[in-house]
Write a protein that binds this ligand. Structure first.
Ligand code: KIV
Length: 284
């Protein structure tokens, strides 16, 4: 287990001040969290994308608070020092400020997160304000917001036109003013991301497919390692094809069992002759 000290909000702002990019990844389970902690990743998001990557749904809407809490608890056990963010699932914060605070509180109390994330701009400012006033750090999420994919017209670049880009800039400011400590920009043009980063006073800007000019970068873990066979977004860099390695191993295992190559002697345990003979006698 790593010797790292617990990452705090002042640590993250210090990195921003020093111009050191923040690393952030999604994570949904204990073994992956263990590796991300060992690799020294600063921020871990337990995204509601687990609906697709872990539960096999087509989107994020069916994901419940209980799904999120269960996975977040496992991630916290594997990554005790990372800055851990729980992603608020569909309808856990949209209905009212009270619901938003209650569910954000569940992440903190039951899964020991450091923060929560929710999607939406100025229209969510009262939720952000309420959660932040309850003492819970909250990250906003703008650009491509998967919970609204139906109204956004699909998984595509947001803010290409000046008018839509201006709205994203205004939304980022509204979230910051409401008390968001960070804003994630997903799939917006690099220059829009740059403008938002330059205009942020007290807010950490994280880019997901929005270019290098942010305070930090996020990737979806499953995209990095070829673990989500249905789809590979262009913004994802593949650092290794674990999916291929796993599939190859599974096929070899199936073959070796059929051909009686597995198990070999080193994979099981024997018994002393004397004990075995005694056993046979008992059976007679
Ligand atoms: O659920 C998730 O993983 C997310 C990312 C797409 C940012 O919200």
């Amino acid at each position: 287990m790593s010797e790292r000290k617990k990452i705090t909000l002042p640590d993250l702002f210090k990195k921003v001040e020093q111009g050191k990019p923040i690393t952030m990844l999604t994570c949904y389970d204990y073994p992956t969290a263990y590796f991300q902690e060992e690799a020294g990743i600063d921020m871990i998001l337990v995204g509601d994308s687990l609906g697709m990557t872990m539960l096999g749904y087509d989107g994020t809407l069916p994901v419940t608070m209980n799904d999120m809490i269960r996975h977040t608890q496992a991630v916290r056990r594997g990554a005790p020092t990372a800055w851990l963010i729980g992603d608020m699932p569909y309808m856990s914060y949209q209905i009212s400020v009270e619901e938003a605070i209650r569910n954000a509180g569940r992440f903190m109390a039951e899964a020991h997160t450091d923060a929560v994330k929710l999607e939406g701009g100025a229209e969510m400012a009262d939720r952000v304000d309420g959660i932040a006033a309850a003492g819970i750090p909250v990250m906003g999420h703008l650009g491509l917001t998967p919970q609204s994919v139906s109204s956004l017209g699909g998984f595509r670049l947001q803010g290409k036109g000046a008018l839509q880009a201006k709205k994203i800039l205004d939304d980022a400011k509204a979230l910051e003013k409401a008390g968001a400590y960070a804003v994630l920009l997903e799939l917006v043009p690099d220059r829009v991301c740059q403008l938002i980063t330059e205009r942020a006073n007290d807010c950490i800007i994280i880019s997901l497919g929005s270019g290098p000019l942010a305070h930090g970068q996020l990737l979806i873990y499953h995209d990095m390692f070829g673990l989500y066979p249905k789809f590979k977004p262009r913004m994802a860099k593949v650092y290794g094809n674990a999916g291929e390695v796993i599939l190859d191993g599974l096929k070899r295992y199936a073959e070796e069992v059929q051909e009686e190559v597995f198990p070999a002697q080193e994979h099981y345990f024997g018994m002393k002759d004397k004990e075995f003979e005694e056993l046979l006698e008992m059976l007679d």
